[in-house]
Ligand binder design. Structure first.
Ligand code: CAA
Ligand code: NAD
Length: 310
């Protein structure tokens, strides 16, 4: 079943910048990243469908997008509250919700996958949508750490497959990493670049290597901060304060790990540890494993290294 945000105005603003080729976007997974990706696509004028596992997850994605759009509106339409309201309702009107994977991709020009960071789960999903999406549809994964080529291997459209790696929070972070595998066609790659530009991101291109550019640098940094804490070298607060005031980072590494999600951080490290067991930077971290086992996943669950309970 595909639901439209019923009380919200439909509409499509042709004046908004967007790629000629990509009008209909399906985002699979409406969590932290998927809801942000859906939001920026809808803001740029795309018609978007978010596909999630159940209605509760869809409602969560919907309210996350609503409050993020309200923050954007407050900033952009400072003295024009009515224009701000219209911006929010017009954007929400371009977002459809679905719990049916096959149905959700039937009109898609582009599918962006943003589900759990586990290869076998991504494989199951891409097998299913490869059979359901039109032949022209291009596929992208927002994976943080997995091989795009390996994710694409279960499909019959390896030339129409690449990586589109966004950053959290998607409406704010300006970067989009575009990953071209040896199978990605020039046409698909150019569509990714054009769409990235249309949704207001600055693109960089990287080969299909573990962590691409940002995470290859950022994840070991976060992991080393967890190890500092585990060894008792400094408190969590002092580690974070040190990197904010001593290195000018907007968040400390432990705050950032909580923000990214400790589950996602753990899946990234576990995957790389399996692939590169000799690299100590990717070794498992007891404190992270313990927090994840306790359901303390960071900001999204209300507790991680810090508590976010109101
Ligand atoms: N939607 C819309 N706007 C948002 C927003 C959201 N979800 N979150 C923040 N904003 C806006 C705010 O409205 C505010 O705008 P103005 O300054 O124009 O008023 C601005 O962003 C700053 O927000 P805040 O004042 O609330 O808070 P802040 O100054 O502490 O900034 C932050 C918040 C942007 C998240 C900043 O702390 C930051 O940049 N942190 C680092 C984030 C980062 O490194 N992300 C990458 C993670 S790694 C990754 O994503 C890849 C992976 O695969 C794991
Ligand atoms: P999340 O846990 O916030 O959201 C994942 C969502 O996917 C959940 O809502 C879940 O219900 C849904 N889901 C799981 N299986 C599904 C399926 N088969 N069909 C539809 N929905 C399904 O995770 P996230 O942080 O949004 O991460 C998603 C992806 O983006 C991961 O690959 C992650 O590595 C990557 N990523 C994360 C970040 C980050 O900072 N968190 C940044 C960039 C990339």
């Amino acid at each position: 079943m595909i639901m439209r945000f019923s009380i919200l105005k439909r509409g499509f603003s042709s004046s908004n910048a967007m790629s000629a080729a990509i009008n209909q976007v399906t985002v699979i997974g409406g969590g932290l990243m998927g809801s942000g990706i859906a939001q920026v696509a809808a803001q740029a004028g795309n018609t978007v469908t978010i596909c999630e596992v159940n209605d509760a997850a869809l409602q969560k994605a919907q309210s996350r997008i609503q409050s993020s759009l309200e923050r954007v509106a407050k900033k952009v339409y400072k003295d024009k509250a009515e224009d701000g309201k219209k911006f929010v309702s017009d954007t929400m009107g371009r977002v459809n919700l679905s719990t049916k994977v096959g149905e959700s991709v039937q009109k898609a020009d582009l599918v962006v996958e943003a589900i759990i960071e586990k290869m076998e789960v991504k494989h199951k999903l891409f097998k299913e949508i490869d059979g359901a999406a039109p032949a022209h549809t291009i596929f992208a994964s927002n994976t943080s750490s997995l091989s795009i080529k390996e994710i694409a291997s279960v499909t019959k459209r390896k030339d129409k497959f690449g990586g589109l790696h966004f950053f959290n929070p998607v409406p704010v972070m300006k970067l989009l990493e575009v990953i071209k595998t040896e199978d990605t066609s020039e046409d698909t790659y150019n569509k990714f670049l054009a769409w990235g530009k249309a949704i207001g991101k600055t693109t960089v291109t990287c080969k299909d290597t573990p962590g691409f550019v940002v995470n290859r640098l950022l994840v070991p940094y976060m992991a080393e901060a967890c190890r500092l804490l585990e060894r008792g070298d400094a408190s969590a607060r002092d580690i974070d304060t040190a990197m904010k005031l001593g290195a000018g980072y907007p968040m400390g590494p432990l705050e950032l790990a909580d923000y990214v999600g400790l589950d996602t951080t753990k899946y990234i490290l576990d995957g790389w540890n399996k692939q590169f067991p000799e690299n100590p930077l990717f070794a498992p971290i007891k404190i992270v494993d313990k927090l994840v086992a306790e359901g303390k996943l960071g900001v999204k669950s209300g507790e991680g290294f810090y508590s976010y309970k109101k």
